[in-house]
Design a protein around this ligand. Structure first.
Ligand SMILES: Nc1ncnc2c1ncn2[C@@H]1O[C@H](COP(=O)(O)OP(=O)(O)OP(=O)(O)O)[C@@H](O)[C@H]1O
Ligand SMILES: [Mg+2]
Length: 243
C-alpha cells in the first residue's frame, strides 16, 4: 500500500457494550485506509462482532470516536451510516429468506432507487449466478449462495466500506474459498473492506493488513504476510501447522 494513502475509517479509543457498566470494547484503536482490505482476527468472545456492530450504530459507544472520511460517525443510526457509505453484512440472519434474490437486492437499493440498474450490472459482473437465479427464494439457497446475496445486497448501496462478519462461517471448504476470492474481487473494484474472520489463515493471506483483537482491544497490527509468520499468531490462531 502506498504511504500517501488516505485514511477512511478510524476507531479512536472506542469503548462499547450491551449493558450499562459492562464494556466489551475496552479502548479499541485502529485505522483503515482507503482501498485497504483489513482483516480482524481474535479468539471467540474477543469483541470482533461487537466492534463491527458498534461501528454500524447497533451497539452504543460509551467512549471514544469513530470517523469516516474525517467525519465523526460515532453512534449514528444504521440507516444514516448506510447513507454515508457504510455497508454491513452481519454474521447471521443476513438475507430475507421469504423474498427472492431480486427482491433482496431491491431492499438493498431502497435508498438509491435511481441507481438500481447500474448497481445491478455491477452485481451481475461479480455474482452472475445471482442474476441467473434472481427469482429463486433466498431461503432455498445454500449457505454460500445466501452469503453472496447478503454481500450483493450491501453492495447495492455502493458503499465506501463493506463490513463483513465471518463471511466464511459454516461453509464447506470450497465455498469458503469462493467467499475469500469474492471478497478480494470486491476490494479490487475499489471498495474498502473490513473483514472479521474465524479462518485466520485464509483471511491473513488475502488481507493487506490484519488486527488481532483480544479482550476488546486491538492488541497488534501488521501486514497479513507478517502476521502469518508471527510466532504468537501461529501459536494462538493458526495452529502448529502454520509454522
Ligand atoms: N446481544 C448481546 N448482549 C449481551 N452481551 C453480548 C451480546 N452479544 C455479545 N455479547 C457479549 O460480548 C462479548 C463479545 O462478543 P462478540 O460477539 O463481539 O465476540 P466475537 O469476537 O465476535 O466472537 P465470535 O468469534 O464467537 O463470533 C461476549 O462476551 C458476548 O457474550
Ligand atoms: Mg462474532
Amino acid at each position: 500500500m502506498p504511504e500517501t494513502q488516505d485514511v477512511l475509517i478510524t476507531a479512536d479509543d472506542v469503548w462499547a457494550g450491551y449493558i450499562p457498566g459492562v464494556s466489551i470494547l475496552n479502548g479499541c484503536t485502529l485505522e483503515v485506509k482507503k482501498g485497504e482490505l483489513v482483516g480482524i482476527i481474535g479468539p471467540n468472545g474477543a469483541g470482533k462482532s461487537t466492534f463491527l456492530k458498534a461501528l454500524f450504530g447497533l451497539v452504543p459507544v460509551t467512549g471514544g470516536t469513530f470517523h469516516l472520511d474525517g467525519e465523526d460517525i460515532t453512534n449514528l443510526r444504521a440507516d444514516q451510516l448506510v447513507k454515508q457509505g457504510v455497508g454491513f453484512v452481519p454474521q447471521t440472519n443476513n438475507v430475507f429468506p421469504s423474498l427472492t434474490i431480486a427482491e433482496n437486492l431491491e431492499m438493498g437499493a431502497y435508498q438509491r432507487p435511481k441507481a438500481y440498474k447500474e448497481r445491478l450490472d455491477y452485481i451481475g459482473d461479480l455474482f452472475p449466478v445471482l442474476i441467473e437465479r434472481k427469482d429463486q427464494r433466498a431461503g432455498s439457497l445454500s449457505g454460500g449462495e445466501r452469503q453472496m446475496v447478503a454481500m450483493a445486497r450491501a453492495l447495492m448501496m455502493d458503499p465506501k466500506v463493506l463490513l463483513l462478519d465471518e463471511p466464511s462461517a459454516g461453509l464447506s471448504p470450497a465455498r469458503q474459498d469462493e467467499t475469500f476470492v469474492r471478497t478480494k474481487q470486491i476490494n479490487a473494484t475499489g471498495v474498502t473492506v473490513i473483514m472479521v474472520e474465524q479462518n485466520a489463515r485464509r483471511c491473513l493471506q488475502i488481507c493487506d493488513r490484519g488486527y488481532v483483537l483480544d479482550q476488546g482491544t486491538a492488541a497488534y497490527s501488521a501486514t497479513g504476510r507478517e502476521l502469518l509468520k508471527d510466532p504468537k499468531v501461529i501459536e494462538l490462531y493458526l495452529g502448529t501447522l502454520g509454522a
